[in-house]
Design a protein around this ligand. Structure first.
Ligand code: WT7
Length: 659
């Protein structure tokens, strides 16, 4: 059974996936029990937003966010630039911390943190406010001013949230780099952002061992002239070398730092953070998010998509803070809503395959948000693992990052949700800032594998190649109206911003995804239609991996494709032509990509080949390479310059699955 495939060409060839989806007729209306306590049980929010989306967002902004000064205009839209809530000022850290403490909730747990080895920290809103204020003073003391950029390269420890909120408090923009990225990726991002300070740790725990971060940070900083200071959190206890004058221990700086640091109001459009994501070229894009609109969108979506009951819910999002999901649904959304959440440092299979379910039981998690790739991994480990634990505290489940196949949805529903929890399949992107397409769990009847409908305030439309709206069937997913959390640009590259998102279809934001509308109006996401792969819910550019491969002295040419994989969604498959006389093994090339980009981009397979299938005009036929990688029979190769190469590659692929 095909499940959800990742067709990136939107061709009109017969399509197993669409056929499979059309036969997905199971529906799951919210239960009466769930509806009884739900925030939204009808179409009222949709109706209100359809009537006047600006007024709708203005109401959300007023109700959900604390402003220091009110706005003059809700939206100033000069395509492709939106300004939301101009004239207004606010502080994001104040919204996430001070206002809850002022409301008497200082003693409430903000974060139940669980380290991978089993050590724990219980952090109240008052604790978090104090630590963030102290660290804000530390940053100021090191010369960080409003408008400066600060890089963060940390494991999943509370200091990651502290560092982000401290930046927000003083108006410095953070740029978090996922701890799994290589030193090269880190230095590229630091240099693009021209960051002044880097915050890292000695190391963190992963799969029972300490993985060192500081050595990678040191290596990165050999070529980052703008970095003046490095702040190092002690977590792994591994040996590190501290550079005199540049490096400082976090605990030394915090010792004696004052907890008094007033949150300065920032302009609504003040830059809150940069987050780098892969596009279709070799260079990652620094996605820009600003203050007022972003906070409004994440607070609103965290509240309504997760149907939040702030007094009783225990929320757990399993993402890493290095990705947008961690920014929006570990740091900003949950804390702005003043809820209690779980934050976990490590992997799901340490010490056993039931670690997540042990954590759910231990903290009484009520809302659980994870990725389809994780769910497929849990399926492989078997239903006995969750069955070892009492998961009855759960009342709502969510997924994000890639399409979820109906089988995984049903397994999640049955074995994690005990057939009682609604599932919200949430579609969004680094660029959208917050959730865009998702059920509202008390109002929407779900179908396994469908993200259902755009949220109130969001307008999405499918179009065909000629930009004509597609009412039923397959098309390109576009967004037709600006939304508060939308990216404000690509750092340092306005042309690329316009070109990437606003040029394919006039007047529309093109997300890069293909989707299908069924005859009941449900949206089914089908994956990327551009040269971006999705591996375990993470975006990886084929071009970026190709550039990493050709940066190896033995490589002349490389072509990379994402092949469908039952667990990770897609797997990176590379085809490489060596330089004359060069000799290098597959493992060396895989390791080279890991050291250039990071382990997440490491190809599953590298095929060394004398040639690549190309059209007569010299374009590499990726579709053919994908067919080969996925073991499909190749049809028409008449447009190829040299058809025999395909037979050769097929033989190689067949041989590789045998070993
Ligand atoms: C791409 C964005 C949003 C945080 C995690 C990824 C894919 C995301 C879904 C979903 C189908 C999804 C899309 C999108 N995607 N969520 N529920 N169903 N596809 O953020 O790295 O910016 O990637 O992830 O292809 O364009 P990202």
């Amino acid at each position: 059974r095909a499940g959800l495939a990742y067709d990136r060409t939107m061709s009109d060839e017969p399509h197993d996936t669409i056929d499979a989806l059309s036969s997905e007729n199971r529906t799951f209306p919210p239960s009466a029990t769930f509806k009884a306590d739900s925030l939204v049980v009808d179409t009222s929010l949709y109706d209100e937003a359809n009537e006047d989306d600006e007024a709708f967002w203005a109401r959300q902004a007023t109700e959900l966010v604390d402003w220091s000064e009110p706005w003059d205009t809700v939206l100033d839209w000069q395509l492709p630039y939106a300004k939301w809530f101009e004239g207004a000022t606010l502080n994001v850290a104040h919204n996430c911390l001070d206002r809850h403490v002022a409301a008497g909730k200082g003693g409430k747990v903000a974060i139940h943190w669980e380290g991978e080895p089993g050590d724990t920290r219980k952090i109240t809103y008052q604790d978090l406010l104090d630590e963030v204020s102290q660290f804000s003073n530390v940053l100021k003391g090191l010369g960080v001013d409003k408008g400066d950029r600060v890089n963060i390269y940390l494991p999943m420890i509370p200091e990651a949230a502290v560092a982000m909120l401290a930046c927000a408090r003083i108006g410095a923009a953070h740029s978090v780099v996922f701890g799994g990225f290589s030193s090269q990726s880190l230095s590229d991002r630091i240099n693009d952002a021209e960051a002044k300070v880097l915050i890292t740790a000695d190391g963190g725990y992963r799969r029972g061992e300490v993985f060192p971060l500081k050595p990678a940070a040191d290596e990165a900083c050999e070529s980052t002239p703008t970095i003046e200071h490095m702040i190092v959190v002690k977590r792994g206890g591994n040996d590190v070398t501290m550079v005199e004058g540049r490096d400082h221990w976090y605990h030394d700086l915090m010792d004696g730092a004052s907890t008094d640091c007033p949150a300065e109001p920032m302009e609504a459009e003040h830059l809150l953070f940069l987050l780098y994501t892969s596009g279709t070229t070799g260079k990652p894009k620094g996605i820009m998010h600003t203050t007022g609109g972003y906070l409004t969108q994440v607070t609103y979506t965290h509240k309504y998509v997760f149907d939040l009951q702030p007094e009783t819910d225990v929320f757990w999002c399993t993402a890493d803070v290095g990705w947008i999901t961690g920014h929006s649904y570990i740091v900003y959304g949950p804390l702005s809503n003043g809820c209690t959440q779980v934050m976990y440092e490590g992997v799901p299979n340490h010490p056993g395959n039931d670690r997540f379910w042990e954590i759910v039981e231990k903290y009484g998690v009520t809302i659980f948000y994870t990725a389809p790739t994780a769910i497929r991994t849990f399926m492989k480990w078997g239903a006995d693992e969750p069955a070892k634990h009492d998961l009855s505290s759960l009342r709502l489940l969510g997924t994000v990052g890639e399409p979820i196949n109906p089988e995984a949805w049903m397994w999640y529903h049955e074995h994690i949700g005990g057939e009682r929890c609604p599932i919200v399949d949430t579609w969004w992107q680094t660029e959208t800032g917050g959730i865009m397409i998702s059920p509202l769990p008390g109002a929407t009847t779900t179908k396994p594998g469908s993200a259902t409908f755009p949220l109130p305030g969001v307008t999405a439309e499918l179009v065909d190649d000629e930009a004509q709206p597609v009412p039923v069937g397959g098309g390109y997913l576009t967004l037709t109206r600006p939304w508060p959390g939308m990216l404000r640009g690509i750092w340092g590259d306005p042309d690329r911003y316009r070109e990437t998102y606003w040029s394919r279809f006039e007047g529309r934001y093109f997300a890069g995804d293909g989707a299908k509308l069924d005859d009941a109006g449900y949206l089914w996401l089908l994956g990327r239609v551009d040269d971006v792969m999705n591996v375990s819910g993470h975006r990886i550019s084929t071009t970026e991996v190709e550039s990493a491969l050709v940066s190896h002295p033995a490589v002349a040419e490389a072509a990379v494709v994402g092949a469908t994989d039952a667990t990770t969604g897609q797997a990176v498959i590379a085809y490489v032509i060596l330089r004359g006389g060069a000799d290098v093994g597959e493992q060396d090339l895989r390791a080279h990509v890991a050291s250039e980009i990071g382990a997440i981009a490491k190809p599953r397979k590298v095929f060394i080949t004398p040639d690549l299938p190309k059209t007569r005009s010299g374009k590499i036929m990726r579709r053919l390479l994908r067919d080969v990688a996925e073991g499909r029979l190749i049809g028409d190769t008449t447009t190829l310059a040299d058809a025999s190469i395909v037979d050769e590659l097929q033989a190689k692929a067949a041989a590789s699955t045998d070993d």
